[in-house]
Design a protein around this ligand. Structure first.
Ligand code: TEU
Ligand code: CA
Length: 547
């Protein structure tokens, strides 16, 4: 049951370097800024930090278009700064997880510059090149960022594949020299003391390389059937795992297209990854058109996702859990009520995050209740997915209508600078911030919450301690509870003879639950100060000990 794997008992804090803290006043977050805030990170009680890509990049997609896999983006600092970061984190007993983007590189990477030069170039097969069909794209695959997943290159008059932007050509994992090069990149960072790797879009490193037309219009279905879960996936994952095992390194795969049915393919105890991020809950409010086709979501669907994934993985693998990251809206705005019950619903969602089975990942700013950003024009967006989405949408809807979707589901929401204090730029920078700051930064910030015993920040710290001091929350089995209490999410955590019950109210209503009132229980912790054993209040979270 209990194991030597540190990551099973960890809480991981995700830092989006560009927006975390600016150390040199140029308006862009950097490594020096992270070092400056390591004591704050330590104060959260987390055990590890996952930082988004900090490699040289033209920054077409927030650094997920890498042009040099073994360097540091000059805006973020240099390798000396990186070495200092590793040292400072390790001195504070905090692990470092780096983000490796191995499904695609930047089109400015030397490999691609070579590859496109000629069909005979030694790097040609590092990427997927195909002749078109009657002067058209090789198939009907759409890009994540709109338009075709194929770009014509006049130099050799062929098309290359890019599941994301045309500046992010897909790497051809079928080609062994590419896999050898990737393994060297992993060793470079693991030799520098990195403790783990977050593997971007790892589900797509083996895809349908016969490139048939997609037979569906549903984008998430297309990912699942054609882009991800390809025939050589387990083989390629096993090769990565072999390198990770040379260092005892932790690996977490990010996987659009991973399903409860194939999840264990990624998590094989000998040849698989430590963890995966699944997106079962993260696409609930996305219609067939994807992110900018928002649909309403039901709490029952949300609950079912946790049950389904727990049933699929908990026996033989280890779950991860997250409610937000740099790719999604702020958790309190998306799943909670950031208007009338901002504090209660933030704390309720953090309770879910820290009482569910699996390693919790908290995105910077969610520990203080940061909310969605309100863009007033598409041109304010810094996100290629929004900008390209508007290129597609502008043919059909007004900018105002599109902005409603962006302000609900767009990735800028999570990427506005971290809010540290009441000073001009929320303490993020002394210069001009690279992107819009949230207008509520003078209210929602670390300084305002640091010494308030009732703040979201101190509730988060308390819940991290509760989790780390109680093995039941790390190793206990998860049992969902079905009642007819609309709005309530109830589940047990059971370890040996110990049994806890978590009650979460996902509504603004007071709920008197017959089920809850029928059982003997002792309140252990919750997001309301006063105890009320008979009524569950709006957005209330309570953890009970039950006999
Ligand atoms: O995201 C890939 C992915 O899972 C997408 O569903 C993601 O949510 C993205 O926003 C497209 O909708 C990873 C990174 O997390 C993301 O920031 C990058 O843009 C993407 O890969 C390409 O590297
Ligand atoms: Ca800077």
């Amino acid at each position: 049951m209990e194991s030597k794997d540190w990551w099973k008992e960890a809480v991981v804090y995700q830092v989006y370097p560009r927006s975390f803290k600016d150390g040199n006043g140029d308006g862009v977050g950097d490594i020096a800024g992270i070092i400056d805030k390591v004591n704050y990170i330590k104060s959260l009680g987390v055990n590890a930090v996952w930082i988004n890509p900090i490699y040289p990049s033209p920054n077409v997609d927030g650094g997920y278009d890498i042009s040099d896999y073994t360097g540091i983006q000059p805006e973020f600092g240099d390798m000396h700064d990186f070495d200092r970061l590793v040292k400072v984190l390790h001195e504070k007993d905090i692990k470092l997880v780096m983000d490796l983007v191995l499904n695609h590189s930047s089109s400015l990477h030397p490999w691609f510059i070579e590859s496109r030069k000629s069909k005979q170039n030694p790097y040609r097969d590092f990427y997927f090149w195909r002749p078109g069909k009657k002067n058209n794209v090789p198939n009907n695959w759409p890009s994540f960022f709109g338009g075709s997943a194929w770009e014509f290159d006049p130099l050799t008059e062929e098309y290359y594949l890019h599941l994301f932007s045309k500046e992010q050509p897909d790497l051809n994992w079928e080609h062994e020299p590419l896999r050898t090069a990737v393994k060297e990149i992993m060793r470079f960072w693991l030799d520098k003391g990195v403790d783990g790797l977050r593997l971007d879009v790892i589900s797509a490193i083996s895809k349908r390389t016969d490139f048939p037309d997609a037979d569906t219009q549903d984008f998430n279905e297309t990912i699942e059937k054609y882009y991800a879960n390809g025939p050589r996936l387990k083989e390629f994952i096993a090769e990565l795992k072999q390198v990770a095992d040379e260092y005892g390194a932790f690996t977490i795969g990010e996987g659009p297209g991973i399903t409860p049915l194939n999840a264990l393919d990624y998590l094989d105890s000998r040849n698989g990854l430590s963890l995966i991020f699944h997106f079962g809950h993260m696409f609930l409010d996305q219609g067939p058109g994807g992110r900018f086709d928002p649909v309403s979501w039901e709490l029952d669907e949300f609950k079912n996702v946790f049950k389904k994934w727990n049933d699929a993985i908990s026996e033989k693998g280890w779950l991860s859990i997250f409610l937000g990251n740099h790719d999604f809206a702020r958790l309190v705005s998306r799943w909670g009520n950031d208007k009338d019950f901002h504090s209660e619903s933030s704390k309720m969602l953090l309770t879910l995050l820290l009482t569910m089975p699996g390693t919790p990942f908290i995105f910077q700013g969610d520990e203080i209740g940061m909310t969605n950003l309100k863009l007033n024009s598409v041109s304010e967006s810094k996100d290629i997915e929004t900008l390209r989405g508007w290129e597609q949408a502008k043919q059909k809807i007004s900018e105002e209508e599109f902005l409603k979707k962006v302000n609900y589901a767009g990735r800028d929401n999570a990427r506005s600078p971290m809010q540290w204090d009441n000073s001009a730029n929320g303490g993020f920078t002394t210069g001009k911030a690279w992107m819009t700051l949230n207008s509520n930064r003078s209210v929602i910030n670390v300084a305002n919450e640091e010494h308030d015993p009732d703040s979201i920040l101190n509730y988060f710290r308390k819940m991290v301690t509760v989790r780390k001091e109680n093995k039941i929350l790390m190793y206990g089995i998860y049992e969902s509870i079905q009642t007819d209490d609309v709005g309530l999410f109830l589940y047990y955590r059971i370890l040996g003879l110990e049994k806890w019950l978590v009650a979460l109210n996902f509504s603004s209503q007071h709920i008197s639950s017959l089920f809850l009132n029928s059982i003997a229980k002792e309140r252990l912790v919750g997001n309301y100060r006063q105890e009320d054993l008979m009524i569950i209040r709006p957005w209330e979270a309570v953890v009970f000990k039950v006999d």
